[in-house]
Design a protein around this ligand. Sequence first.
Ligand code: ACO
Length: 381
Amino acid sequence: MANTTMAAAQIFGISRMRQHQAAPTLIMCSNTAKGAEEFSRLINTGCKLVGCGSAVPSLRVTNNDLAKFIDTNDEWISTRTGIRNRRVLSGKENLTDLAIEAAQKALEMAEVDPKDVDLILMCSSSGDDRFGSAPVIQKALGCKHNPLAFDITAACSGFLLGLFSASCYIKAGGFKNVLVVGADAVSRFVDWTDRGSCILFGDAAGAVLVQACDIGEDGLFGFDLHSDGDGKRHLISTFKENETDDASSENPSMTSFPPKSSSYSYLQMNGREIFKFAVRVVPQSIEAALEKAGLAGSNNFDWLLLHQANQRIIDGVATRLEVPSERVISNVANYGNTSAASIPLALDEAVRGGKVQPGHVIAAAGFGAGLTWASAIFRWG
Ligand code: ACO
């Protein structure tokens, strides 16, 4: 198959295996020079991960620390979840600073100057400002040319949806260096008196630098992305009006104006349903992403890297996919569930610890509130 056709096959999601079977006919619709240039960029551009970084708060909270103020114990938490410690923001620490630190480390590893970054995607559901934090990261990094920076809210699937978005921007939009940051501080909205949920979560940030490259070096092989609003009720933190503040009652002709002060409720979770959802959809999704990548089968990737929610979920998915534990990346014991940060945090530790080497292929999946779930098959470096 000609290089151009093979490149186009990858862009349009035709699997690596099928590329060898039948060459699709591509019809170029534009006859303008600009159209030809755009088409050429679309089919000749790939993207690869060239840097990663992470940052965690200084305060470590052990299971025994939790047992001092809620009715739980280390044995229950570690047996049911695999979690032993988590990090929690404290004092003057904030989430944006963690995100900035993670992004700086990713840029350093990639040897990319902040002035060459042309898109920042901050994936978070618990940012310091509800209008988003990505532009603050852009300013703090010293990106000179005001590159586009915005936030993506998709809970624990956020990072992989950010990675997918980065690939779309690079392949179709002409962006070259895209920072994808996953950062969450779920500690801010868990009910610390609810032993069924507060034991699970921690705070952290992780980042990767995704860079445009020639299609022959493309390192993002396949994605599988889903949402199901019907399951939303199993994991929510909803906006609600403050019952005690009834300013509108002073004016009987406008009973619903001005609005009452409001806030978001604590995270409310049906743990069993989320557990069942995860072990059902994640293996299917990874298999679909592998299929799209032309890499179907559990021996066609080096590492399984799941959202770090619960060691039992990780083990259950690995068993269904027949991936041995030596090929499973897990750091849930040390950090708990850090939502959108968990995949880039675990990736960063595995890369810096020498586990994940350049050229290794990773099958990753995120899942959580929304409900959303997403898988990606990608090469490191
Ligand atoms: N310590 C001691 N006992 C506890 C605790 C605790 N921390 N929490 C619950 N229990 C008790 C319950 O009260 C119950 O007691 P009972 O039998 O007397 O009624 C018993 O333990 C069993 O409770 P379950 O909730 O059935 O326990 P389960 O085995 O389902 O484990 C858990 C609960 C760990 C929450 C599990 O369901 C889970 O991990 N689910 C997935 C949750 C998840 O990953 N959520 C995040 C998704 S990602 C995102 O988007 C944020």
